[in-house]
Design a protein around this ligand. Structure first.
Ligand code: SF4
Ligand code: SF4
Length: 131
């Protein structure tokens, strides 16, 4: 008989869930019009994709390490297990297939600080890339 502690059991269960349902982190609408890009340089697997005014995470590539989370100055990155994550899971999955990978930090939009505390920014999302 093999005995495991409760933390060990939780860790094993989380690993199993990741393999079975593909847990990931997602970027929320807080990123829209802010795009500080502090997150991209710390991601070990280059899973951020850049649109005109938002970044998203490719759930197929994200290894669920959570390293990027504390680097986002406006807390725009959350796990898909968060109760607020459901609207953003499909959006990250879909747009990461359309937008190019971003690996290097770049200057934020000039008015990012004016937008960082505004809620419900989805209507400002620009899905189509500029040429
Ligand atoms: S650090 Fe946060 S706000 Fe900045 S680009 Fe990444 S997810 Fe968006
Ligand atoms: S959780 Fe890890 S792998 Fe996923 S986007 Fe953040 S840094 Fe990259």
């Amino acid at each position: 008989m093999i005995y495991v502690t409760e933390p060990e059991f939780r860790s094993l269960a989380m690993g199993y869930l990741k393999r079975v349902i593909g847990m990931t982190y997602v970027v929320t609408d807080a990123c829209i019009r802010c795009k500080y890009t502090d997150c991209v340089e710390v991601c070990p697997v280059d899973c951020f994709h850049e649109g005109n005014n938002m970044l998203v995470i490719d759930p197929e590539v994200c290894i669920d390490c959570g390293v990027c989370v504390p680097f986002c100055p406006i807390k725009a990155i959350i796990p898909d297990t968060d109760p607020d994550a459901s609207p953003w899971v499909e959006l990250n999955q879909r747009l990461s297939q359309k937008w190019p990978v971003i690996r290097q930090k770049k200057p934020a939009p000039f008015d990012a600080d004016e937008w960082k505390d505004k809620p419900n920014k989805l209507s400002f999302l620009e899905e189509t890339l500029e040429n």
